[in-house]
Write a protein that binds this ligand. Structure first.
Ligand code: FE
Ligand code: ZN
Ligand code: FE
Ligand code: FE
Length: 169
């Protein structure tokens, strides 16, 4: 069997992203329900809808490449989601819980930004401009989701979190 090249790496990266997004579609509703702040809940709901569309976009890519989106589990996303669930078990006061949720959600968005940035770069090197464009659309959404979370944290949640709860526990 011939050793596999960049096409195979590209396809495997897309499978990893597909599995990661599929995990998120299940996890985001639970994380939204565990959040306290209504603006944070709304932000998570909006990104959940975007995430469903990102999955459709990846399915379009698999169609283009004549590949199936199976056979790859994203262990990193599994771990990040586990950390997000753990936030709910730490007995934080509600605004502190929101701050901690945002901390994990931003790690998730950064992880996705890294994955889509790399995949877009592979698509460009393979001369597949249309795939690169699809990946750029999702990349922009992930970066925007990260900015929204930063603004929520900096404009309201962090300052409220500082006023509540004991200093250490
Ligand atoms: Fe995503
Ligand atoms: Zn992964
Ligand atoms: Fe780490
Ligand atoms: Fe995302």
């Amino acid at each position: 069997m011939d050793a596999k090249g960049l096409h195979a790496v590209f396809a495997d990266q897309l499978k990893d992203l597909y599995n990661a997004e599929s995990q998120l579609v299940k996890a985001l509703p639970k994380l939204r329900d565990s959040a306290d702040n209504s603006d944070l809940k709304d932000a998570i709901s909006r990104h959940l809808e975007q995430t469903k569309h990102q999955i459709i976009r990846l399915e379009q890519l698999f169609e283009r490449l004549d590949e199936k989106p199976t056979g790859q589990e994203c262990f990193a996303m599994k771990g990040l989601i586990q950390e997000a669930y753990d936030v709910g078990r730490k007995h934080y006061a509600p605004p502190a819980l929101d701050a901690a949720l945002i901390a994990v959600l931003q790690r998730i968005e950064h992880y996705e930004v890294a994955g889509y940035g790399t995949a877009r770069s592979f698509a460009k090197h393979l001369g597949d401009e249309e795939s690169a464009n699809l990946l750029q659309q999702t990349l922009s959404e992930e970066a925007q989701a990260d900015r929204v979370l930063s603004e929520l944290a900096e404009n309201e949640i962090n300052s409220r979190a500082i006023e509540t709860g004991a200093a250490a526990g």
